[in-house]
Write a protein that binds this ligand. Structure first.
Ligand code: GDP
Ligand code: MG
Length: 307
């Protein structure tokens, strides 16, 4: 995890807290939903299918005097017994890089052996651990108490917070608990930033990569791709992406489109295959080509592209 140099205006460092929190837990326990709920913006893909999130994605929650950088970490949930030595080492390293580990457990399913493995791994990393018992909206109070007791036995002295990422219940308490464990320090990201690396940006990069691959030297390297819309349709297990490829000159447009649209079709197809593998869900890609003279000098486009 790289700590960028970006620094925003803020109160004196001794009052300000800032740190990283790794969100860990088995697939489908609600990590992405919780991350989105905390950040208050959609930053991670949520889907009823397990393991939708393949990469580390961060959500950033900035308040007046704190900045919490959340990391969605798939992979760590893997049962420890099934991990090779190197995988354990990698998992431990990424856990140690963070200030707090947020272990998310699906309270409606109780504590599973994998949860215990993740808990043990987190404890071994020696990092602060906060446990979120998620999906409390699906659990009766009588069932919640014994679960809290079991987790307390497993991780003595750690904070255990029942929450519902879906309804938002107790999420503010959970956030306070996490933030109170962050070290003092200045903000690392601008206050208005919610995520470091959104799926939208990743989609854009994947399309751009395919565009360059299929057009080779025929279109200049600075051809831009702008994802106009990125819609998740979890009920249909689908992501619909509409993107525009901006070329500088009219002569470049037919090159990108190709004979009878063959090239743009191939760019879309190969980008779709990569995105489907990455996001773990079906993807529908629609591409448009537009000529935008001097787009690279257009401030609005540059801002949208995050350049
Ligand atoms: P992840 O794999 O851990 O990132 O889990 P997701 O965030 O993708 O959520 C998996 C499923 O659980 C989705 O269908 C969510 O809508 C659902 N879910 C997440 N949080 C809650 C919750 O607090 N209550 C209920 N009832 N469902 C939840
Ligand atoms: Mg997820």
């Amino acid at each position: 995890m790289s700590r960028p140099d970006t620094v925003s205006p803020q109160p004196p460092a001794q009052q300000h807290r800032c740190g990283f929190c790794a969100v860990v837990g088995r697939p489908n326990v609600g990590k992405s939903t919780l991350l989105n709920r905390i950040v208050g913006d959609k930053v991670a893909i949520v889907s009823p299918r397990p393991q939708t999130t393949r990469n580390r994605l961060t959500g950033i929650k900035t308040t007046g005097d704190t900045q919490l950088i959340l990391v969605d970490t798939p992979g760590i949930h893997k049962a420890r017994g099934l991990m090779t030595g190197r995988m354990v080492a990698t998992a431990l390293r990424s856990l140690r890089e963070t200030d707090v580990v947020l272990l998310v457990v699906d309270a409606s399913r109780g504590l599973r052996p994998e949860d215990e493995d993740v808990a043990a791994l987190s404890a071994q990393a020696g990092t602060e651990i906060v446990v979120a018992l998620n999906k409390m909206d699906r659990v009766k109070k009588e069932a919640l108490l014994p679960l809290i007791q079991r987790v307390a036995d497993l991780l003595p002295g750690r904070e255990i917070v029942p929450v519902s990422a879906l309804t938002g219940e107790n999420v503010a308490d959970l956030l306070d608990t996490i933030v109170s464990r962050l070290p003092a320090g200045p903000a690392l990201f601008p206050a208005d930033e919610v995520t470091e690396q959104t799926e939208r940006f990743l989609a854009q990069e994947m399309i751009r990569e395919k565009l360059l691959l299929h057009t080779r030297e025929e279109v200049p390297y600075n051809t831009a791709v702008l994802v106009e819309s990125f819609e998740e349709k979890p009920d249909r297990g689908l992501i619909v992406i509409r993107a525009t490829i901006y070329v500088e000159r009219p002569s470049q447009k037919p090159i990108v489109i190709g004979e009878g649209g063959a090239r743009i079709k191939e760019i879309g197809r190969s980008a779709r295959l990569e995105m489907e593998a990455f996001f773990g869900t079906k993807v529908y890609v629609e591409l448009f080509v537009k000529v935008r003279r001097g787009w690279s000098k257009d401030a609005r486009v540059l801002a949208e592209l995050g350049i």
